[in-house]
Design a protein around this ligand. Sequence first.
Ligand code: SF4
Length: 259
Amino acid sequence: MPAPAATYAAEAAAKALADHEILDQFYGHLPPVARRTPMRELVSTVLSHRTTHADEELAYDRMLEAFGDWPGVLGAPVDELIHAIRTTRWPATQAPRIQEILRRIQAETGGKFDLDFLADWPTDRAMAWLTDMPGIGLKTASLVLLFNYHHPVLPVDAHVHRVAQRVGFLGPKVSVEKAHSVLLALLGPRLDAEGLFNFHKHNYWHGQQICFFLKPNCPRCPLKGFCNYYQEHYGDVTPDALAATPTAWDAAAWGKLPH
Ligand code: SF4
């Protein structure tokens, strides 16, 4: 008879895979295409901490308008860089961090502002190098490594974390940071980088568009058949509830999904 911990892990893995397969159909399978260049992904994610997407983009654009390029940003007086990125939440913290990140990239490459060497490094080494930099946590490092270099890692943000906990394949006390290794242990043996990319994007959208923080839109949700939260709040799913559940995201009725 398997030990209880092994049974729990197998059940969690089965739920995580079911979540992946259903959302893959619901939102549509995506090719693993990077949304922006590696340098932009890295620096923008630093700027995005507790900042709206619009303010992050504004800060990024103003920074490059003011200083021209990465050597210009690195050599800028720090108070001018703080001013350029002032739409972010903590510009006085982020400005010296960005310059330190650029300094380390320059030192690693012998002068270039380019992260492509990470493509050839083993995943663990690339992750350790990125997360050693100031302001770069597991989520930022995972986004760069998965989106830009197709390393098999899994970024976990607040949306992915919430959906995983409500459905029930992540324990209620597991932090967002810890969830990176817990979910990767569940899914890494079963999904390649493309699968992990889709899992991240779909669960991110799901948290943003359906499984809201305050009032999740459970009637619209295709995960209700095995979701712990649904069962706790609505009881066992009925055939009528399942029959009324949409099978795909309706962009015409509900809006276009974000990038
Ligand atoms: S059924 Fe409700 S709580 Fe569960 S994943 Fe869907 S929207 Fe979230």
